[in-house]
Write a protein that binds this ligand. Structure first.
Ligand code: SF4
Ligand code: SF4
Length: 447
């Protein structure tokens, strides 16, 4: 049922412009698509967030004045879901305290003044098996790098216990502007295959599919030419459309399996991991390298050098922007995470987190100040576009009233935060933003 209806309303990227009224993802991706991954110079300081969206926040084990090296553990997990957090640079801890986070709230973080003494991570001679790989992943602080930031070891453990059949490696990257995963697919193909094999071992899944959208056909071809002939890892080409990158949609598109409402991919025998996460797993096992840096797309017309940059975790957005030559007089909006699912920034002293996929700058004209939002006019457009078939307008009215219990009852937690509803709303109601914030409140209420 879900499959049939979704196919009927699925939006090919080529038609998205008329549907979405402006953003054409294929065109916008052209800004950075051909820009190879490039490391940015080390900033003067980093602010490394300890926040993780599931489980207890890791406990800091460093304090002001401590000297740290790149890759050193600075926070330890406090429960089974938690991961270790590492310093992304060599330097001196200036402060451990509360700092602003891209999602709009404050989290505990460690500010480190960048010093010298970087050393490469040497190759490691080891061939770990399932549970050992999961432990390495946890120790390396690896979380879902596609945007969710969920602890990878915990997902793997659940998948192993559930006896999943398939691993789905998510290279769809359907969000407009973003091309970091595309560059990873093109430039780190061998590492991606190695990471995929490790994820297969760790999860116990027998076969992996690497899902790539048709606007990245060259990446699909490249992968197809490099995977072994044994049919264990198979690239899959999907129609380019938005949204498609959520776990549930991807599973439906590749495996024709429907994850029940409130259920998990493991319930239908599947584990989903992002392409960058797979590469991080390779780095952790092959080099003992924790997750201290990632590829971030920095894009938008106010930038002279938009591109895909290799960035240390904790680099502030204001420092990252410098790498791309911003026209500061022409910045209308800065969005962390992509225009559909990301957060619009009111300040730039927020750090790149492990799950930060991109930073998009809109010019003053592109971001033309919109009139403030109005009441819901019951047009039903948000209901029509919602891929999860949620009563979005009702959920948001409940959220506006602060009735999170009702919002949860109406399906708040099934929202995949694709942003389609907010995009089409004629009353310019910030629907997805309300939902994202309400999810965090709902979690606190549950605790
Ligand atoms: S409620 Fe909005 S953001 Fe959530 S899945 Fe539906 S359309 Fe996407
Ligand atoms: S699209 Fe906006 S105005 Fe229309 S029903 Fe949904 S919330 Fe209300």
């Amino acid at each position: 049922m879900f499959a049939a209806v979704w196919k009927a309303i699925g939006m090919p990227a080529t038609k998205l412009r008329s549907f979405m009224g402006g953003i054409h993802p294929l065109k916008r991706k052209e800004l950075t698509r051909e820009r190879p991954i490039e490391p940015i110079p080390l900033p003067g300081k980093v602010v490394i967030p300890l926040f993780q969206p599931a489980g207890k926040e890791p406990r800091p084990i460093v304090s002001k004045g401590d000297i740290v090296t790149a890759g050193q553990v600075i926070a330890e997990p406090q429960d089974g879901r938690g991961v270790f957090v590492h310093s992304s640079v060599c330097g001196k801890v200036k402060k451990v305290g509360r700092f602003p986070f891209p999602a709009g709230f404050f989290v505990t973080a460690a500010e480190v003044e960048v010093g010298e003494g970087e050393k490469p991570f040497p190759p490691m001679e080891r061939t770990p098996e399932g549970p050992e790989i999961i432990e390495i992943i946890r120790n390396a602080g690896i979380v879902g790098m596609g945007g969710a930031g969920f602890p990878t070891h915990f997902k793997l453990k659940g998948a192993r216990e559930a006896g999943v059949e398939f691993l789905l490696v998510n290279g769809a990257e359907c969000e407009p502007y973003l091309t970091a995963d595309y560059r990873v697919l093109m430039e780190r193909t061998e590492d991606l295959i190695s990471g995929t094999k490790l994820l297969l071992k760790a999860s116990g899944a027998k076969r992996a599919y690497v899902a790539v959208e048709s606007d990245k056909k060259d990446a699909y071809d490249r992968l197809g030419g490099m995977v072994p002939d044994d049919d264990v890892i198979k690239p899959v080409l999907l129609r380019a459309k938005y949204p498609q990158g959520s776990e549930k949609q991807l599973i439906e598109a590749v495996l024709k399996r429907e994850v029940p409402a409130g259920g998990l991919p493991a319930d239908v025998g599947v584990l989903v991991q992002n392409v960058s996460t797979a590469c991080a797993v390779h780095d952790a096992v092959a080099f003992g390298k924790p997750l201290i840096e990632r590829v971030v797309t920095l894009s938008g017309t106010p930038l002279k050098r938009p591109g895909n940059y290799l960035v240390r975790i904790g680099t502030l957005i204001e420092d990252l922007m410098e790498a791309a030559g911003p026209d500061r007089d022409n910045i209308g909006k800065v969005i962390v995470g992509g225009p559909m699912m990301g957060f619009s920034m009111s300040r730039l002293d927020v750090p790149v987190a492990r799950e930060t996929t991109g930073v998009v700058l809109l010019s003053r004209v592109e971001a033309e100040v919109e009139p403030s939002h109005q009441s819901c006019v019951r047009c039903g457009k948000c209901l029509y576009v919602c891929p999860m078939f949620l009563p979005t307008s009702e959920i948001c009215i409940a959220v506006e009233r602060g009735d999170y219990a009702l919002a949860v009852k109406l399906g708040l937690e099934n929202c995949m935060e694709c942003g389609s509803c907010a995009y089409v709303c004629p009353s310019r109601r910030p629907l997805v933003q309300w939902i994202k914030t309400a999810k965090l409140f709902a979690k606190k209420v549950k605790k």
